[in-house]
Ligand binder design. Structure first.
Ligand code: ADP
Length: 752
């Protein structure tokens, strides 16, 4: 039991001991470092150093940092520093620290004087020191080291020369601070180290308003400003250099150079830049090494680098082509979008609105265009259809009193173009045949009053050459206001051919009717003509058979029967001739005849006819001089032609003469003439007497008989023989029928 107690107690004691040892060793390993800043909290340079230090220690959980800000830029009386010393001594009296990092000269001075008393003989790093001078012997190189803050003035001057080859002057700006003085001396030394083609001027320790004035007076061309230090006082306290610089140089048009990274971006073009962060980071690394008991160099120099702000460079119209290699280019121009985000957004919005409006307009235009195209298409189609149909289009605005016609309309009236056609609402009647004006007006009134659905009429329009042409006019009132016609549109269609055809039809109809009438009359005549001789033949035959007649009477009756038979034969011959002519069976022969003899025969028949009709008419003949006028022709047809004419002449002439005249012209033409002193034939009748069944006056049929076929047959025969027949006659002045037939005289026929 005792044993077990002892074992348990020992185990517990060991565990507690191990835990205590662990706790003790952790507490023992924790390092505490004070960062003593010369300046105040928020001072840009100091802030960057502190940021870099804390960043370096961030991974190191065994180190705790204490930040102290002496605020010596703004407060620097001995009394103040004495108070600070007492405050820190009191603060750290019972608190041992493992190291101190002093940032900037003032902290270094303070630490050299009071550090030991406040924190003991602790390791220390002096960051950002640029004026070590005789105080170097106060640095314990075994446990302390310096991070120098040395700006490369010469390197910056070289850069200015590179970027501005035409440089005439450098304006150097500095102030009365310790660093300012040091930097100014560095500049003068560097400038004087070699011959330069330009000058410099120093503006040092100037009051703000005077500095502003001085800067405004500097000409901007071929100048450069080298800003070393600028802490001008306001109410006894200096402002931050970065704020001052913005105030003094932002508006200025002269390239500005410096060595301080906090002036970047957007203020200085560039320079050999010293970064506070590099100072802070190197100091922290060195402190870590000291805490690890490593040996470190006493003097340390963080690297500087040429840094160029591209946008500021371009803003100052400096060329990038002179930039040296191995530089760091910041604020590159692609930040343009970032910097001008606002303006770009506005421009973008305007552009979008603009594009939207353009799209709207374009779509509207496209819509309108397509409507226009389809309208033009349909108009073209209509125009084509109308012109294809040979129709002219017209459109009247009754309000504006305008009259539109298309080209086809003008062409239909034989005008070259529509503009040539001076037609309007007040002179339209001048272009319409006077007899047709009323019917146009009437057709319009009927349509206007709603009686007819369309305006439609036929009228003769006057063409350009003054001739008339028939047109069918169609239209419709297409717009009305309060019932009053405003617009009427329509077409005109040339119907000349139709009208001519209609006329032909009418003529043919009339002719057919006339022919029908003539045929009826012919049949009536025919039956009369047949019945008359037939009655005579039968009547006289009866008398001869049954009558007791004297020898003279018998003889007379027999003659009557003979004449009637002959008449009947003539009639039958006429009908046969007509049917032969009609069927083309009548052939013309060519026989040798003596024309004198043929004429004589006809003369004898004429004389006997005359005496049988008992007419006091002198039937005479003018014989040819050449009594043996032998010609080649169809004797039968010449005989028939001449006898027809002589018979007619005797038939219609009651007194006076019938003269037969004939001659042979040029050995190739036989001219026959039958002239009488009969009643003559009017001009109107002359046009028709050669047609079949035509007789001038039906009373003549009763008086003289006849079928109305004689002249028609005569004309057909003459034409079959390639000749022609003409008539010279006037009422009461007799008639002369002249027949010309092509013949051959025997003397003209070559003998073999
Ligand atoms: P027809 O003698 O059988 O009546 P024709 O054809 O020979 O028929 O003549 C037609 C018509 O022409 C006659 O009916 C007559 O009216 C007229 N005519 C013909 N010859 C003469 C003439 N020499 N003088 C007057 N009228 C004539």
């Amino acid at each position: 039991m005792m044993q077990s107690f002892n074992r348990t107690t020992i185990t517990s004691c060991l565990t507690v001991l191990i835990l205590l040892l662990c706790t003790f060793s952790t507490a023992n390993d924790l390092k505490e470092v004070v960062v003593l800043n010369s300046y105040h909290y928020g001072f840009k340079w100091t802030a960057d150093i502190n940021e870099a230090i804390s960043e370096q220690f961030r991974q190191d959980e065994s180190t705790r940092l204490f930040y102290e800000f002496m605020d010596s830029k703004r407060f620097h009386s001995d009394e103040y520093f004495q108070t600070l010393f007492e405050q820190y001594r009191l603060k750290y009296k019972n608190h041992k620290v493992d190291g101190v990092i002093c940032s900037d000269n003032r902290a270094f001075d303070f630490f050299s004087e009071h550090g030991k008393e406040i924190w003991g003989n602790v390791p220390a790093i002096f960051c950002g020191v640029n004026d070590i001078g005789e105080q170097l012997d106060r640095v314990d190189s075994t446990r302390q080291a310096i991070v120098h803050e040395i700006i490369d003035v010469k390197g910056t001057i070289d850069l200015i020369e590179l970027l501005q080859p035409e440089l005439e002057e450098i304006i150097v700006i500095s102030d009365k601070t310790l660093s300012g003085n040091i930097f100014l001396n560095q500049f003068i030394e560097a400038f004087d180290s070699k011959h330069r083609n330009y000058t410099y001027r120093i503006i040092n320790n100037t009051k703000p308003d005077l500095l502003k004035k001085a800067l405004n007076k500097i000409p901007s061309s071929n100048r450069a400003i080298y800003l070393l230090s600028l802490y001008t006082e306001h109410n006894g306290i200096p402002n931050e250099m970065v704020l001052e610089s913005q105030y003094f140089f932002n508006e200025l048009n002269i390239p500005l150079y410096s060595n301080w990274d906090f002036l970047m971006p957007d203020l200085i073009v560039g320079g050999k830049i010293l970064k506070a962060a590099d100072q802070g980071q190197l100091s922290a690394i060195l402190m870590q090494q000291l805490l690890n008991n490593e040996t470190i160099p006493t003097h340390n120099y963080p690297e500087d680098q040429i840094i160029i702000d591209e946008i500021t460079l371009l803003k100052n119209q400096l060329s990038e082509e002179y930039l040296p290699d191995n530089i760091l280019l910041i604020n590159e121009d692609n930040h343009f979008i970032e910097r001008h985000k606002k303006e770009l957004t506005i421009i973008l919005i305007i552009l979008i609105i603009f594009i939207f409006i353009i799209l709207l307009l374009v779509s509207d235009i496209i819509k309108r265009k397509s409507v226009e195209i389809s309208f033009i298409d349909s108009e073209k189609r209509l125009e084509l259809a109308i012109s294809g149909a040979n129709e002219g289009l017209w459109d009247i605005d009754l309000e504006k009193k305008t009259f539109f016609i298309n080209e086809q309309y003008a062409k239909l009236l034989e005008y070259k173009t529509a503009s040539e056609f001076r037609f309007n609402l007040s002179n339209w009647q001048e272009f319409v045949f006077s007899q047709d004006i009323e019917q146009i007006k009437e057709a319009y009134n009927i349509h206007r009053d709603g009686i007819a659905e369309v305006f439609q009429c036929e009228a003769r329009l006057i063409k350009k050459d003054g001739s008339l042409s028939w047109f069918s006019i169609h239209g419709k009132i297409t717009e009305r206001i309060n019932g009053k016609p405003i617009r009427i549109t329509g077409i005109i269609l040339n119907i000349n051919n139709q009208k001519a055809f209609e006329k032909e039809l009418q003529n043919a109809k009339e002719k057919a009717e006339e022919s029908d009438r003539l045929k009826s009359s012919f049949l009536a005549n025919m039956s009369h003509e047949i019945r008359t001789p037939m009655n005579a033949i039968l009547g006289f035959t009866d008398l001869l058979i049954y009558g007791q007649l004297s020898g003279i009477e018998q003889n007379e009756y027999l003659n009557m029967i003979k004449r009637s038979g002959e008449n009947l034969l003539t009639l039958i011959n006429d009908i046969i001739d007509i049917s032969k002519i009609e069927s083309g069976e009548l052939k013309i022969s060519a026989d040798k005849i003596n024309i004198n003899e043929l004429i004589k025969e006809v003369h004898i028949v004429g004389l006997s006819l005359c005496s049988s009709l008992n007419k006091p008419v002198d039937v005479r003949i003018n014989p040819l001089a050449n009594s043996s006028a032998e010609i080649l022709t169809d004797p039968l047809r010449v005989y028939q032609i001449l006898l027809n004419l002589v018979s007619n002449a005797i038939k219609f002439t009651n007194k006076g003469f019938v003269e037969i005249d004939y001659s042979i012209i040029n050995d190739n033409e036989l001219k026959l003439s039958v002239k009488d002193s009969g009643p003559g034939i009017s001009d109107e009748d002359q046009k028709v007497i050669f047609e079949r069944f035509r007789q001038v006056d039906e009373s003549t049929i009763k008086k003289h008989g006849g079928t109305g076929l004689g002249l028609s047959i005569t004309k057909s025969l003459v034409e079959l023989m390639n000749g022609n027949i003409t008539l010279i006659s006037k009422p009461r002045k007799g008639s002369q029928f002249i027949v010309k037939l092509p013949v051959k005289t025997i003397s003209s026929i070559p003998t073999n």
